[in-house]
Design a protein around this ligand. Structure first.
Ligand code: TXA
Ligand code: MG
Length: 315
């Protein structure tokens, strides 16, 4: 399949409106979209990514007033979160309505809904006559794509169109809150922090990590995610120096030990989040064998960084 690369949201929407699959920028990570109401188009996403069929997709809508195209019975917790955080890097799990095909929700009675704040994504959605189901635009198991070149590397030749935009400014996937349970449950950490969610929903609970054999609250929680080919070492106490004979990289907020073949010292947790997945990909391209990742403090976006690092390390 030929992948058309374009800068024009209208051209990308042309493909979506005809049942094609299209990668597009959002403020979190790039998404891989299809018409949420066409099961055969959505099936193309699972094939292109190699995604397990039991992992549901997030549905993207252009504005909060279009949520009722996919969800119903929206309760007060959800209304408060929508009022405070939409559009933005937050996904709400809501009761789905009958128009959402089972392939989107992986057979669940619920649907994840997000309204991106990214202007190019908003323009794209505005040209579509339907909501857009979209997971992250990477091959399943690989780090999410935060720039169009990463999307092309993973999916070029496997999708109809790639809408090119600037690199994602947040760099980690959206925060997910399940609003179908009372109290609501934080399923995935992201740029909308636990602290800011608690200001709106003081009794919010945090989902515990799923142990082997348990049914996860969010199907995606059971898959190993975000992994580069290199092995990940979570740094609690930094080694003094690396073995120069072993290609090793370092990413964190502090200065690296001596001997790193590549290193990235971030000035803030926000920068750490923005560059992390791109750093993983660069390390793979350069044949780095081990990436030492410093754990940031567990506040603000630090909680989401730690979550992705634990998953990348297979913990
Ligand atoms: O920032 C993001 O959320 C990006 C951009 C493209 O919007 N999308 C994204 O999608 O990260 P994906 O498919 O990579 O991750 C979606 C996660 C999965 O872990 C999935 O299991 C969970 O959301 N999910 C989707 N629908 C759900 C539902 N109805 N109930 C529970 N979890 C759900
Ligand atoms: Mg993903």
């Amino acid at each position: 399949m030929q992948t058309i690369v374009t800068d024009l949201p209208e051209e990308a929407a042309w493909f979506l409106n005809r049942g094609g699959i299209v990668a597009f920028p959002t403020e979190t990570v790039y998404g891989l979209g299809a018409d949420a109401f066409r099961p055969e188009a959505v099936a193309g996403i699972f094939t292109a990514k190699g995604r397990p069929a039991d992992n549901p997709l997030i549905v993207h809508v252009q504005s909060p007033d279009r949520i009722d195209e996919v969800a119903s019975g929206i309760n007060n917790h959800a209304l408060a979160l929508i009022a405070r955080f939409f559009p933005g890097p937050l996904t709400l799990v809501l009761k789905k309505n009958g128009s959402v095909p089972d392939i989107v929700s992986a057979g669940l009675p619920t649907v994840g809904v997000r309204c991106p704040s990214h202007p190019v994504a908003a323009e794209l959605l505005g040209h579509c006559n339907h909501p857009v189901a979209a997971p992250s635009a990477n091959v399943s198991g690989r780090p999410s794509s935060t720039d169009w070149k990463a999307v092309y590397h993973d999916l070029g030749g496997r999708i109809d169109c790639l809408l090119r935009g600037a690199p994602s400014t947040i760099g980690l996937e959206s925060t997910i809150v399940d609003c179908t349970v009372d109290p609501p449950l934080l399923l995935r950490s992201g740029a909308v922090s636990l602290e800011s969610l608690l200001q709106v929903v003081p009794d919010l609970q945090v989902a515990t990590t799923c142990k082997p054999g348990e049914t996860p609250k969010s199907p995606g929680m059971k898959y190993r995610h975000y992994s580069p080919e290199a092995s990940i070492v979570l740094v609690v106490e930094s080694p003094k120096a690396f073995d120069p004979g072993h290609p090793t990289a370092w990413i964190g907020l502090s200065a690296p030990p001596e001997g790193a073949a590549r290193c990235m010292v971030c000035l803030s947790p926000e920068e750490y989040a923005r560059v992390l997945f791109g750093f993983f990909r660069t390390c793979d391209a350069e044949g780095i064998r081990t990436i030492y990742c410093e754990l940031p403090p567990e506040t603000g976006i630090g909680r989401a960084i730690r979550d992705r690092l634990f998953k990348a390390a297979g913990k």
